[in-house]
Design a protein around this ligand. Sequence first.
Ligand code: PLP
Length: 374
Amino acid sequence: MKQVYLDNAATTSLRPEVIAEMIKVLSEEYGNPSSTYSVGRRAKSLIEASRKSIAKQLKVSSSEIIFISCGTEANNWIIRSAVRDLKVQRIITSKMEHHAVLYAAKQMQREYDIDLEFVNILPNSEIDYAQLERLLADEIPTLVSLMHVNNEVGTELDLKRVAELCQKHRALFHCDTVQSVGKTEMDLQELPIDFIVASAHKFHGPKGIGFAFIRKNNVLKPMIFGGEQEKGMRAGTEAVHQVVGMAKAFEISYENLEVERDHIRAIKNYCQTKLKEVFPEVSFNGNQTGFYNIVNVSLPLSEEKAAMMLFQLDMKGIAVSRGSACQSGSQKPSHVLSEFLSEAELKKPSLRVSFSHETTCEDIDILIEVLQGV
Ligand code: PLP
């Protein structure tokens, strides 16, 4: 049976070049990067070359890139540090954020009694930019934490607009870019964003590694204490193979960006057209210009059929997500869809289908055939 993998917003396959690079490091470069003899120094230089290559692509300084285990850790560190170290008194975020942001912000409200405000979500799934500006006009020391690309519906934030609003009102801006790093150009010299985060497994790199960009003027304190690794910000012996694998995946993503983006756009278009042909009453959730690798679709199926749908898809070797991957198995409606769909719309079964450069039209045909048979 052909495995049809259509859940690239949850995680992605490793590129063969990344695996090869990681195996090489695992077998040959096992030195501890903190050791001063040559095998240690070589490991250290691999880490620093990886940092340099990532920083160059983002147009930032290497010292502003900190390696960390995943997007969740990076989001938690930044949000906590903004409150604890940079003394923000308010966090403005949205209820459509990933739980790594939402729950971290709520925890800060409990621990530090800061204000937590949520920007409204409009019916098209975008944030209310005018309301954000009104909130910022108060000029309370604030962290704005808004995601670049929503992981469930693909709604894309106007980064430039939010970054400039934050700059104008002297608020710090943290952007959860886990779904967009490696998939779109990002020039942090141009964009006044204070913090971004990335996770390698979302761009065909290994799991268990990511990075945080911390703009120079923001001095954060460590989350955990120990050695001097990562300037003491993230103590613990570095996983050299993970770091090198991430940098390789990042590099290839940007080398191939235009070609792969065109391919994925064509696949998304094909998928939406086919779904409309087969189910004329289908509706796509999110805004019209959603990010190019995600389709979130509500299907005109009864509740019993909906219950069978994921089971049947899995039986046929199709990996696809209901709402957010982090919640699959839970029967609660998605916290993202609940923000902008009506009660009636929420009752319809929804699927998130997310593509990569490896997705083919045949994969989509297999999906549609199974859905037709439900
Ligand atoms: N933020 C967003 C938008 C995500 O989609 C995810 C993962 O699904 C995360 C954060 C968490 O990233 P990680 O799996 O690296 O902890």
